[in-house]
Design a protein. Structure first.
Length: 229
């Protein structure tokens, strides 16, 4: 069984997953800035609810970011601690990959978004190409206006978009932008778990000593307008 942990942004999630049953249990919630005090108690509660035991665990997955500087590190530290203490395989997955994954079968390109604070968002565009489904752009840190300017063909936006973000995207991109409903836009820990299980089943592992958060460089112009996180 695999445990997945995501504290990349103010939304957090955990999930248990295995190869025979698939997604066993999942919880996603608005953690705000309380990842440190809520993440592992939620793991314990979900494990009790679904009957998962520590002896059942073979791997732990973690969302690597981009996202909140502090938030990303909470889940990564917990995942590394579990991997080292319990002898578990460790698997890191970019947060935007998990945000986009649920929409991979629909025909439009998918733009996954997470909030980065101080008026910024992290995003990437995903399509199904010759090598399969994946990001066709780099993970990018920008303001929402810069993201909207990149929507030149019809695309589905999913992830964390405020009502103000949505209004600006619709104003700038018009009918080229389809925005997923709040329930469908939620970044789910179950998607993180499934992506990580695919890596685990293929025999992949990450080195706990080498695995680091995925942070993005501040683009010129935004840093001048931003304060401290």
């Amino acid at each position: 069984m695999l445990l997945a942990l995501d504290s990349s942004t103010r939304f957090a999630g955990i999930a248990f997953y295995d190869g025979s049953r698939g997604l066993v249990a999942e919880a996603n919630w608005h953690a705000g800035i309380h990842h440190t005090t809520t993440l592992m108690p939620r793991v314990a509660q979900l494990a009790a609810d679904c009957g998962a035991r520590s002896a059942d665990l073979r791997a732990v997955a973690v969302a690597l970011g981009p996202g909140s500087f502090t938030g990303v590190r909470v889940a990564l530290a917990a995942a590394k601690g579990l991997a080292l203490a319990e002898g578990l395989a460790l698997l890191g997955v970019p947060t935007l990959d998990a945000a986009a994954y649920a929409h991979r079968l629909q025909p439009l390109p998918v733009i996954a978004v997470v909030q980065a604070g101080r008026g910024r968002v992290c995003w990437a565009r995903y399509t199904a190409g010759p090598l399969g489904w994946g990001a066709e752009t780099p993970y990018t840190l920008s303001d929402i206006a810069a993201l909207a300017a990149q929507i030149t063909v019809p695309a589905l936006l999913t992830g964390e978009l405020t009502t103000g973000d949505q209004a600006l995207v619709r104003e700038r991109a018009g009918d080229k932008a389809t925005i997923a409903s709040p329930a469908l836009a939620l970044r789910r820990a179950g998607c993180l778990a499934e992506l990580a299980w695919q890596r685990y089943a293929a025999g992949e592992r990450d080195d706990p000593a080498a695995l680091t958060p995925l942070y993005l460089q501040e683009p010129a112009g935004i840093a001048d307008r931003a304060g401290e996180d």
